[in-house]
Design a binder for this molecule. Structure first.
Ligand code: CA
Length: 298
């Protein structure tokens, strides 16, 4: 089993990052990850002002995938996620959906035990998920704190054990990196943080040659979710709608007008997060109506 230690981190997705770890399609790989704050909040007394922002959003990797080339699809099947028992949530003025409000910066430590956590005396079920997962873009360095066609800080709570993530490959080896585990996060991630935890993620690497999706895709038991982004939610929703209609049109060999009608009946548009540098939404299409084939392009 290939295991990438949590000190092997990057803070951007880029073809310039050397890959010390390599895997072949079919291999399982364990990514050990730090929490999104780089482990800097040690207790509730740690001042938020003391955070070194250059150490925020570490992603473990990159991993070089043998045989991956531009135009392919990297398949990352999430086999299991183990989270540490200590999680941290932060709030600070200037961040989150209510960024204009004045309030005290604060960190809260919560303990995860037997699949549950306690926030004061409120019991909340744990559903571990991956916040950051992406590949190197064609050019440039994209910080791990944001998202785009390459994936990145998507903060999609569907990216959990049992789901598959399909990422378009832009460079040889794909150069995938993963981080930012959340013990639980609701759609929106309103306060800017979720329950940020370190942990271990075991994935199985797959590769589809010669075709790729326009946007990252998450496959769950019964749905395909197309993950889009935008400067604001309107732009993200526009992209999600445009892609969903195009997929329905291919799936049913339907003219635009009918695929557009069907999108109102079959596609759920949901919010991933409203707090990162670009906002994220997803268009969910039931697998009953489309095949993976309809989501990939030559
Ligand atoms: Ca995140």
């Amino acid at each position: 089993m290939i295991r990438i230690p949590r000190n092997h981190t990057v803070y951007s997705f880029s073809r310039r990052h050397p890959a010390r770890y390599r895997a072949r399609p079919g291999d399982s790989v364990v990514f050990e990850t730090l929490d999104a704050l780089g482990g800097q909040i040690v207790d509730e007394a740690t001042p938020i002002e003391s955070i070194d922002w250059s150490r925020v959003n570490p992603a473990t990797g990159p991993l070089y995938v043998e045989g991956a080339e531009a135009g392919d699809t990297l398949v990352v099947e999430i086999e299991s996620i183990e989270v540490s028992d200590r999680g941290v949530i932060v709030v600070a003025p200037g961040f989150g959906a209510l960024h204009d409000r004045s309030f005290r910066p604060r960190a809260k430590v919560v303990w995860v035990k037997n699949g549950r956590l306690l926030f004061n005396d409120i019991e909340i079920g744990v559903k571990p998920m991956i916040g950051v997962i992406g590949v190197a873009p064609e050019d440039g360095d994209i910080p791990t704190g944001t998202s785009g066609y390459h994936g990145g800080n998507m903060d999609v709570n569907l990216i959990t054990a049992g789901s598959k993530v399909y990422l378009p490959v832009f460079v040889e080896g794909a150069l995938v990196a993963i981080g930012d585990l959340h013990a639980v996060q609701a759609d929106g991630e309103l306060c800017v943080a979720a329950v940020e935890v370190s942990g271990e993620i075991q994935v199985k690497i797959g590769l589809i040659k010669g075709r790729r999706p326009h946007y990252p895709i998450v496959e769950t038991l019964d749905r395909y979710a197309i993950i889009t982004f935008g400067r604001d939610l309107d732009e993200a929703v526009y992209r999600a709608s445009e892609e969903a209609v195009s997929i329905l049109s291919r799936a049913f060999n339907a003219p635009f007008e009918e695929a557009y009608m069907l999108s109102s009946l079959l596609v759920d548009v949901r919010i991933n997060q409203v707090v990162d540098p670009v906002k994220g939404v997803r268009a969910e299409i039931p697998k009953k109506y489309v095949r993976l084939d309809h989501l990939l392009y030559p």
